[in-house]
Design a protein around this ligand. Structure first.
Ligand code: NAD
Length: 275
C-alpha cells in the first residue's frame, strides 16, 4: 500500500547491489511512495549489471561513483541536480565493506592498511557525501539524509570485527554533520540501526545464520526485514519526521532494549538438561 509520502521528492540512493540489498528495497519503496530517484554504486558493482533491472523498474538513471573519491561524488550530485532540474530532498547512504573481514583477519590481527580502507569506504565516505552536498548546496531546505548502521557500534559482537569501529564513526559523523547542516539548511541527518538481514554484506559476517537466529529469538517483534527497513527509511525521508535529527534510531524489533527473552532461556535450559 502506498501513502504517497514522498510525492514530488527527489533522492539519491547509494548501495543497491542486488534485490536483497537494503538500498534496493528502499529504492522500490521510495518509488512506490511517489519519489523520483537517482541510483548510484561503485563502478565495479555496476559492472555486475543487476542494478539495471531496478533502474528500469523505477525509471531511475544510474550514475557510478566510488564513495571514497570526492570527484566522483561531486559529479554525482551535479549530474543528479541536472537530471532532476532541482536540488535533492533525500539521500540514503547504504554502503559498507570490511577489507580485514574479507581477508579473514581477526580483530586482534588487523592489517592497518586494510583497516584504513574499511573506514574510508564504510564511515568517512558519509562525511565525504555530506561535505560534497554541503559545498554544492545540493540539498533542499528540510531535506533528509539517512545512513544504515548496526548495534555493534554500542555493544560487542565479536564477529563484526573492525566494522564495529566503522559504524561508531559513521554514527558520530551523523551527529556532528547533523549539527552544521541543521543550522545551515534545516537538513536532518540520522542513522538507522537495522536488524541482521541476509544480504551480500550481511552474509560476509562469520556465523551470520546463527547470529540472525539469535537476534530473532532476542527481539520481542522478531527481526526487522529489509522491506520493513525500507518503510522506516521512507518515513524518515517524509515530512512527517521533520524535527528528528542527529539520532541513531534502532530498527530492530526491540532487540536493543531486551536483556533476555523466555525463548533464549528455554533454549539454554534444554541444553542444560541434555548435558
Ligand atoms: N545486512 C545487514 O545485516 C545489515 C544490518 C545493519 C546495517 N547494515 C548496513 O546496511 C548497508 C547496506 O548493506 P546491505 O546489507 O544492503 O549489503 P549490500 O552488500 O547489498 O550493500 C553494500 C553496498 O556497498 C557498496 N559499496 C561497497 N564499496 C563501495 C564504494 N567504494 N563505493 C560505492 N559503493 C560501495 C556495494 O557495492 C553494495 O552495493 C551497509 O552499511 C551495512 O553495513 C546491514
Amino acid at each position: 500500500m502506498s501513502y504517497q509520502l514522498l510525492k514530488g521528492k527527489k533522492g539519491i540512493i547509494f548501495g543497491a547491489l542486488d534485490e536483497k540489498s537494503l538500498a534496493w528495497r528502499t529504492a522500490l519503496r521510495c518509488h512506490q511512495e511517489g519519489a523520483e530517484i537517482v541510483l548510484t554504486n561503485a563502478p565495479v558493482a555496476l559492472r555486475m549489471g543487476e542494478i539495471n533491472k531496478l533502474a528500469e523498474e523505477i525509471k531511475a538513471p544510474v550514475i557510478g561513483a566510488d564513495v571514497t573519491k570526492s570527484e566522483d561524488l561531486k559529479k554525482l550530485f551535479e549530474d543528479s541536480m541536472t537530471h532532476f532540474g532541482s536540488r535533492i530532498d533525500f539521500v540514503l547512504h547504504s554502503v559498507g565493506m570490511s577489507v580485514n573481514m574479507r581477508k579473514g583477519r581477526a580483530y586482534t590481527e588487523l592489517d592497518y592498511g586494510f583497516n584504513q580502507k574499511t573506514l574510508d569506504i564504510s564511515a568517512i565516505s558519509f562525511h565525504r557525501v555530506l561535505q560534497t552536498a554541503y559545498e554544492l548546496d545540493a540539498i533542499n531546505y528540510w531535506g533528509s539524509v539517512v545512513a544504515l548502521t548496526y548495534i555493534a557500534a554500542q555493544r560487542v559482537f565479536p564477529d563484526y570485527n573492525e566494522m564495529a569501529d566503522a559504524k561508531a564513526l559513521l554514527e558520530s559523523i551523523a551527529r556532528s554533520f547533523g549539527y552544521y547542516y541543521g543550522i545551515k539548511k534545516k537538513v536532518r541527518i540520522n542513522t538507522v540501526s537495522q536488524s541482521p538481514t541476509k544480504t551480500t554484506a550481511g552474509s560476509g559476517v562469520k556465523g551470520f545464520d546463527g547470529f540472525q537466529e539469535y537476534a530473532e529469538k532476542m527481539s520481542p517483534l522478531g527481526n526487522a526485514s529489509a522491506d520493513d527497513c525500507a518503510g522506516y527509511v521512507a518515513v524518515l525521508f517524509s515530512d512527517l519526521t521533520k524535527m528528528v535529527t542527529m539520532q541513531n534510531l534502532f530498527h530492530d524489533g526491540g532487540f536493543s532494549f531486551t536483556g533476555v527473552t523466555e525463548a533464549v532461556v528455554a533454549e539454554l535450559e534444554k541444553n542444560l538438561e541434555k548435558a
